[in-house]
Design a binder for this molecule. Structure first.
Ligand code: SAH
Length: 276
């Protein structure tokens, strides 16, 4: 195992995992302990940010401090290149895995164009971890042999949508699992698109909000009922929506599955809305 510390002039695109700092990789921890600069998004646990040495320059590129607007992707590229050229060692910290809906690829391309060395440090992605900690395996020999991870942020009714909802419905109907990230806002449209594509409205669905945080919340239902249930439970981002028969496995194992979110309950509360 390499024990090198963060090197000046290098940008490390690091996955922070889904939330709880216990789910960081050893490599990520070592780099966070030795980097000069840590540039992070908004979806990173406060305890993790609080755990870096005091001398580290922490830069929040989730929102601009002056006006709360998002830092643009181009600005982030410039900030990364500038810091690396100081030369500083830079950790670019993203939630989950840096290559899953995190623009890690774009940042690596921008760094390559500027001639800056970079390393991709994988993280535990919420696409798999959020259902996992809630007792839902994304594959299972008897239920699912395929996993598809998609963004739920696009409008499925728009012709320019990059997602083929008919194909997604077919995948689930054929026994695959669909893991939808960024899908809270467009949940009604996405469930309607799956139904319109012929998916059985009884297909099980789970939503896992703030997985591994102290206030982790799980709601289960079906393609036909989840919109109503999510609304009643006031599910808000970040949440993963999981569609497929594997959701049923949770019932069998829930009684014995402990989750980090549940173990760490202090002020928050683990909540669950069971099926009818
Ligand atoms: N790179 C990240 C995904 C970034 S996109 C990863 O690999 O996990 C942001 C989306 O990730 C959120 O909208 C939500 O769908 C999901 N997400 C991230 N953290 C989460 C968490 N703790 N619980 C549930 N969903 C989470």
């Amino acid at each position: 195992m390499s024990e090198t510390q963060a090197a000046p002039g290098t940008v490390y695109l690091v996955g922070a995992g889904p939330g709880n700092p216990e789910l960081l990789t050893v490599r990520a921890r070592r780099l966070l302990d030795s980097a000069d600069v840590v540039m992070h998004d908004s979806l990173v646990h406060d305890d993790l940010l609080g755990s870096v040495p005091e001398s580290t320059r922490l830069v929040d590129v989730g929102k601009r401090p002056e006006n709360g607007e998002r830092t643009t992707q181009e600005e982030i590229h410039d900030l990364l290149v500038e810091a690396a050229n100081e030369p500083a060692s830079v950790v670019r910290l993203k939630c989950g895995d840096p290559t899953v809906f995190a623009r890690g690829g774009e940042e690596a391309e921008a760094l390559a164009e500027a001639g800056v060395d970079c390393e991709i440090v994988p993280g535990v992605t919420s696409a798999i971890a959020a259902p996992g900690v809630a007792g839902i395996p994304v594959t299972h020999r008897e239920h699912a042999s395929a996993l598809t991870v998609v963004t739920g942020h696009e409008d499925p009714t728009k012709p320019e949508s990059a997602l083929d909802w008919e194909a997604l419905a077919e995948t689930v109907a054929a026994g695959g699992t669909l893991s939808i990230l960024m899908g809270v806002g467009k949940l009604p449209e996405n469930m309607a698109a799956l139904r319109a594509a012929g998916l059985d409205p009884e297909t099980p669905v789970a939503m896992i909000e703030r997985a591994t945080y102290e206030d982790e919340t799980v709601v289960t239902g079906t393609v036909g009922t989840i919109v109503d249930r999510a609304e009643r439970a006031d599910i808000s981002p970040p949440a993963v929506t999981l569609v497929g028969d594997v959701v049923e496995v949770r019932e069998a194992i829930d009684a014995c599955v402990q989750s980090l979110g549940r173990q760490l309950v202090t002020t928050g509360q683990y909540s669950q809305i069971e099926g009818d």
